[in-house]
Design a protein around this ligand. Structure first.
Ligand SMILES: Cc1cc2nc3c(=O)[nH]c(=O)nc-3n(C[C@H](O)[C@H](O)[C@H](O)COP(=O)(O)OP(=O)(O)OC[C@H]3O[C@@H](n4cnc5c(N)ncnc54)[C@H](O)[C@@H]3O)c2cc1C
Length: 423
């Protein structure tokens, strides 16, 4: 008889996990509080598939930036003073992990998973022919300050032996690759092209894969909210939901930023903090579509072509589970993007031309996600992917499904284990 598995959450991570568990012959049910898949953080993210962004946000020196930006509405990273009491423990670990050695270790671990993930995504593309506007044109990271360019170049060289390809470009070569940069080119000191990065619409992917998973026998129970995981001494016994109790042989928690809320009553602390970000989506006028996704290094924003649309995303706000849309933050994002690509201003002008969105990145204190086993023998985790959940989803899901099925994963899971926080 097939073993049964329940996945909590139908975002990028839960949906991909359900697919790979079904492929390993599990009888799978996905439980999701929303009316469909991918409607929370996976809905309108930056769209980038970027092993090149493997370095976690707590790079050495972050503390200085945080202090400088404290309370400033238009800064790339905003720490609300009222959020401080709720994030002391996480924040302390975030800063501890920003020492050079731990930071490099986390970067390398994330890069290994990201490269595996993009290969897994390509294999899924071949198998399922999903249509999510997947581009393989790399990303172009642009710099206004030489120091940022040199530091990033140094890191890229260090990561090359692990498989991260990159090419430094001068201003003219950057404009040749992305002609829409021509107007702002005089402000740039150079760029780095990462040819193996990609882009695509994470929501279209999630919704498309959900349909395939359903066709393969996975049950999706929408509008169902898990209130509590009930545990015995060594295992989870039952999930209590607004629609009754749910039982299975194994459970995979993929509830994004809300995962720690579900494990806390079990005395299982997941060091994940919800980091708010914004995106804006607009229709690209004919002939004004980007050729290559652009990453603005100093402003920490990304601008990606998604079919006939353009997606701009960025900013990080530490403000607990607050999901209210702060238009000052998203408007700052838009203005920064238009300063870099002024030709897009026409596409953004006028009532209702731009759709604003906000989401909570489930961010671990050291960068990599938390994958695999817990002290409860039938509870597994696939959560904490922070700013890289789209990039990491396919690899993480395949890895977790392998662990649940007692197979050896293709990537060593140790660097992503919950146990790493005890050492
Ligand atoms: C502005 C922004 C830009 C980003 N850009 C990029 C990018 O360019 N590239 C990249 O790789 N990543 C990017 N990310 C990160 C990426 O979007 C996330 O890491 C990813 O979406 C997380 O997916 P998830 O499945 O873990 O969480 P979610 O998508 O939030 O899914 C979790 C699901 O669990 C459900 N759930 C929660 N609690 C319960 C419960 N109690 N009962 C039932 N269901 C529950 C929720 O409803 C939700 O659907 C970005 C994020 C943001 C905010």
């Amino acid at each position: 008889m097939k073993r049964s598995a329940v996945v909590i959450g139908a975002g990028l991570l839960g949906t991909t996990t359900s697919w790979f568990l079904a492929q390993r012959d599990f009888d799978v049910t996905v439980v999701e509080r929303r009316a469909g898949p991918g409607l929370e953080t996976s809905f309108a993210n930056g769209g980038l598939l970027t092993p090149s962004e493997a370095d976690p946000w707590n790079a050495p020196g972050t503390f200085g930036h945080l202090l400088r930006w404290l309370g400033r509405e238009n800064s790339p990273l905003l720490l609300r003073p009222r959020a401080l009491p709720g994030m002391l423990r996480w924040g302390w670990r975030f800063l501890r992990a920003s020492r050079p050695q731990p930071h490099l270790r986390s970067t390398e671990a994330t890069l290994r998973l990201a490269l595996y993930s993009l290969a897994t995504l390509d294999a899924l593309d071949k198998q399922l022919a999903l249509d999510y506007q997947h581009l393989h044109r790399g990303t172009l990271k642009v710099f206004r300050e030489r120091r940022g360019l040199l530091d990033t170049q140094r890191l890229a060289e260090r990561l090359r032996p692990l498989g991260l390809d990159s090419r430094v470009l001068d201003r003219d070569a950057a404009v040749a690759l992305e002609p829409l940069l021509a107007d702002a080119a005089r402000d740039l000191v150079g760029a780095i092209h990462y040819p193996h990065d990609g882009s695509g619409d994470a929501y279209l992917f999630t919704a498309g894969l959900q349909r395939h998973a359903q066709a393969a026998g996975v049950r999706f129970q929408f509008d169902t909210e898990i209130d509590r995981l009930q545990a015995g001494a060594r295992s989870i016994q039952v999930l209590h939901s607004n629609r009754g109790d749910i039982r299975a042989d194994v459970y995979v928690l993929a509830a994004g930023s809300y995962s720690p809320k579900l494990t806390r009553p079990l005395r299982l602390a997941l060091p994940i903090y919800p980091v708010k970000g914004y995106s804006l989506t607009m229709q690209a006028a004919h002939g004004r579509q980007l050729q290559v996704p652009v990453v603005d290094f100093e402003q920490k924003i990304v601008i990606a072509p998604l079919g006939d649309r353009i997606r701009i995303a960025g900013t990080a706000e530490f403000n607990g589970y607050d999901t209210t849309a702060n238009t000052a933050r998203s408007t700052a994002c838009l203005q920064q993007a238009l300063a870099l690509l002024p030709k897009l201003a026409g596409d953004a002008a006028g009532e209702g031309k731009v759709t604003h969105w906000t989401g909570l990145r489930p961010m671990t204190c050291d960068g990599p996600p938390i994958l695999g086993a817990t002290p409860y023998e039938n509870l597994y985790l696939n959560t904490g992917h922070g700013p890289l959940g789209w990039t990491l989803c396919a690899g993480s899901a395949q890895l977790v499904a392998d662990l649940v099925a007692s197979r050896s994963p293709a990537v060593d899971p140790q660097d992503y284990s919950l146990a790493r926080f005890n050492s």
